[in-house]
Design a protein around this ligand. Structure first.
Ligand SMILES: NC(=O)c1ccc[n+]([C@@H]2O[C@H](COP(=O)([O-])OP(=O)(O)OC[C@H]3O[C@@H](n4cnc5c(N)ncnc54)[C@H](O)[C@@H]3O)[C@@H](O)[C@H]2O)c1
Ligand SMILES: [Zn+2]
Length: 344
């Protein structure tokens, strides 16, 4: 079967590869329709590794997918052939201690698409556990279905924050994850989201949103804006979604007494945090690793219109142009949020 295969850093090919396609009793086979290109796919493409995860043998990229069910296993009852679906890319061991506690995203044995050595989904057909395959509501497009994955990270962050109606939130970084976290914070009840990025173009999508204050952090002090908006008190929730270690020097100053900081971005190296400064205001620290039990909520929010992801789908490439899609994504046009690949 054809797939977009990362041979090693910087060498991507669209070629035939042997992939297992046997449908087990609780699996479904899906014809892939749309796959989003994620920052992590691009990082594997450009660097061949993320932290300890190294591409040591050819690996199919892609983990943000939607498609159509073409075959169902004998024991599958909630899906039928022809259903339009999106897939959760991380499959835990079903009886592991983490899964049994409801924390299946934290199962050390999780097999996550396009995290070495597990193949991703940039290929015409995949076989996937039905339990991690979700039917798209009729009014949700394949493109929207394929952006549920990064939206789920934002929603997991809002969930971990335990947001309250009227909270003032800060989101640092307006890349895909920051944009999705902003949507999630608004859906989670934020009266205002103060969204900061050092690249002005990244803020454009929210420039006219009545509840979002955009801050071009290269020219303006985020701390000053937060103090101004909150009369000096600080923000109820601060989402770190840039992954830039330098942000941590002032991160806690943005949080109000008793407030919460949610770490979503992944700095490349360990960072220092001022524990006493944190204690002096009893800042609650939360962190996020992907998501658990979020996909149905993401789909419900898109279907009801509470969240509109369509403006964030910037460009689409055909599968046959997959290598070009990655080159374009790696070039990093600042006005791009999500690039997607559609099967020809
Ligand atoms: N925790 C998780 O499960 C999880 C999942 C996916 C991604 N991530 C992480 O989230 C982070 C963001 O991912 P992304 O795909 O949106 O990346 P991205 O590179 O598209 O976005 C990061 C944004 O942060 C901005 N930025 C950098 N320094 C800044 C600063 N000092 N102030 C304000 N903005 C700044 C950049 O200009 C960029 O727009 C990454 O670190 C990624 O590894 C975490
Ligand atoms: Zn992703």
């Amino acid at each position: 079967m054809k797939a977009l295969v990362l041979e090693e850093a910087r060498r991507l090919s669209l070629r035939d590869i042997d992939l297992p396609l046997a449908v087990g009793p609780r699996d479904v086979k899906i014809r892939i329709h749309t796959v989003g290109v994620c920052g992590s796919d691009v990082h594997y493409f450009t660097h061949g590794r993320i932290g300890p995860f190294k591409v040591e043998q050819p690996m199919v990229l892609g983990h943000e997918a939607s498609g159509t069910v073409v075959e169902v296993g004998a024991e599958v009852s909630h899906l039928n052939v022809g259903d339009r679906v999106c897939m959760e890319p991380g499959i835990p061991q079903f009886d592991s201690p983490a899964t049994m506690r409801g924390l299946y995203n934290l199962d050390p044995a999780v097999r996550f698409w396009a995290t070495p050595p597990i193949h991703g989904c940039l290929t015409p057909y995949v076989v996937h556990p039905a339990a991690f395959t979700y039917r798209l509501p009729d009014n949700v497009t394949f493109a929207e279905g394929a952006i549920v994955e990064p939206l789920s990270i934002g929603l997991q962050a809002a969930k971990k924050a335990a947001m309250k109606p009227g909270d003032v939130a800060v989101v640092i970084g307006a890349g895909t994850i920051g944009a999705m976290t902003t949507l999630a914070a608004l859906a989670g009840g934020a009266s205002r989201v103060i969204l900061a990025d050092v690249v002005k173009e990244k803020l454009a999508h929210f420039a006219n949103h009545p509840a979002v204050v955009t801050v071009h952090a290269a020219e303006q002090s985020l701390l000053d804006v937060v103090r101004q908006v909150t009369q000096g008190w600080g923000a109820d929730v601060v989402f770190e979604a840039s992954g830039n270690a330098a942000v941590f020097e002032t991160l806690l100053d943005l949080v109000c007494p008793g407030g919460c900081a949610v770490l979503v971005g992944m700095p490349a190296k360990p960072v220092a945090l001022d524990v006493v400064a944190m204690q002096a205001r009893e800042v609650r620290l939360e962190s996020v690793f992907r998501y658990a039990n979020i996909f149905p909520r993401a789909l419900a929010l898109i279907s009801s219109g509470a969240i509109d992801v369509k403006p964030f789908i910037s460009r689409k490439f055909a599968f046959s142009q997959g290598v070009k899609a990655f080159e374009e994504a790696a070039a990093g046009r600042p006005e791009d949020v999500k690039i997607q690949i559609e099967m020809d």
